[in-house]
Ligand binder design. Structure first.
Ligand SMILES: Nc1ncnc2c1ncn2[C@@H]1O[C@H](COP(=O)(O)OP(=O)(O)OP(=O)(O)O)[C@@H](O)[C@H]1O
Ligand code: SF4
Ligand SMILES: [Mg+2]
Length: 337
């Protein structure tokens, strides 16, 4: 693992068992929520992860921060495999990777003051800051995220949605992590507030040298902040590349369909796009299709797609990795002069 890679996963899987029976539960299947994800995150970089509801984004996020145990695969943070660490070693390594959640309304305990919420990580990791210094640190964190340090004794309901998300970000920063996993951090906010929170995240990234995994269900939110993007479908990454490669030269049919559904803010581009309407529902992750998981909704599907599982790799007509046997660029949103 090279020095500038702060996080790397290999073959990461999370299968949730499906059981039957009340007293003697027997396993009758598994929900393949995350099924073999390889990703790399460089220092100071933002990797966007996009995909429809249920494709495994939150499960992946929870695996990365240690809230779920992988079924198999590895999670390397600065060269240490988190899946092999135990006890105090694991606790110390986990400090380095923190999470910001989607819903600032439900993710903050309404009965705790903001000071106690942001300072809670210091109670768990007692060696990070001496007790006498914690209040000052919390005030500094409030200031860092653009909130008034004098509001340290207020409760979450006394803040707006955007301010509550700032509280969530301050809390994630308390242990001075290098990596932050943001799971739909702006999806619950008004559009005008979304931009402010994204700007704050970018500013903090520059100031503190943070690396982000930034999860969203649509490509337009990720476009502003991500350096690279991975597109997920049914527990797997189907295409990955630099942001322009994904937006301007998508080669996987699923990415092309997602892009065709993204609202285009530039009026000159409106009406100059392919409309790709996906047929059918997302199959159940408990019973995914054979071969390519996208084949039941893909207009290019052929027999090979049912017989052979396409790996995420460079393809003859794709300059970046794509998990499609027939990957080729399709210009979904056309620019006009
Ligand atoms: N604890 C669990 N037990 C069983 N199945 C689960 C569990 N957590 C998630 N799943 C299933 O795993 C799949 C992936 O869920 P996940 O929440 O990771 O998707 P997501 O991409 O974050 O979706 P959304 O965009 O709606 O947040 C879904 O089918 C979900 O029902
Ligand atoms: S492998 Fe086949 S089914 Fe899958 S995306 Fe490519 S063409 Fe479609
Ligand atoms: Mg989710």
């Amino acid at each position: 693992m090279s020095d500038d890679i702060v996080l790397q996963t290999k073959g990461l899987k999370k299968h949730f068992p499906i059981t039957r029976g009340i007293v003697f539960q027997s396993k009758v299947g598994a929900v393949q929520a995350v099924d073999g994800v390889d990703l790399e995150l460089k220092r100071g970089e933002t990797l966007g992860i996009v995909g429809e509801s249920g494709c495994g984004k939150s499960t992946l996020a929870r695996l990365l921060v240690g809230l779920e145990t992988p079924t198999s695969g590895s999670i390397n943070v600065r060269g240490q495999d988190m899946t092999k660490l135990r006890g105090s070693e694991l606790r110390r390594a986990r400090r380095n990777i923190q999470m910001v959640l989607q819903d600032p309304y439900t993710s903050l305990n309404p009965r705790m003051t903001v000071g106690d919420i942001i300072g809670e990580p210091f109670e768990i990791h007692t060696d990070v800051a001496p007790k006498s210094d914690r209040k000052r640190r919390v005030r500094d964190l409030l200031d860092l995220v653009g909130l008034n340090p004098d509001h340290i004794n207020r409760y979450p309901h006394q803040f707006s949605g955007g301010q509550r998300q700032r509280i969530g970000i301050a809390r994630a920063l308390a242990l001075r992590p290098e990596i932050i996993v943001c799971d739909e951090p702006v999806s619950a906010l008004d559009v005008s507030i979304q931009a402010q929170v994204i700007n704050l995240l970018e500013q903090l990234q520059d100031e503190l040298g943070l690396s982000y995994i930034f999860i969203a269900h649509d490509l337009s939110v990720v476009r502003h902040i991500a350096d690279r993007v991975s597109v997920m479908y049914l527990g797997r990454v189907v295409e990955t590349g630099r942001d322009l490669e994904i937006y301007e030269q998508p080669t996987h049919p699923y990415t092309q369909a997602l892009l065709s559904a993204v609202p285009v803010p530039d009026p000159t581009l409106r009406g100059h796009r392919d409309q790709i309407v996906l047929e059918g529902d997302v199959p159940s992750p408990a019973n995914p299709p054979s071969g390519c998981r996208f084949r039941t909704r893909c207009w290019k599907a052929q027999q090979k797609c049912a017989d052979e599982d396409p790996m995420l790799t460079l393809r003859p007509k794709s300059a970046h990795p794509s998990a499609c046997h027939f990957a080729e660029v399709r210009d979904v949103v056309h620019a006009v002069d």
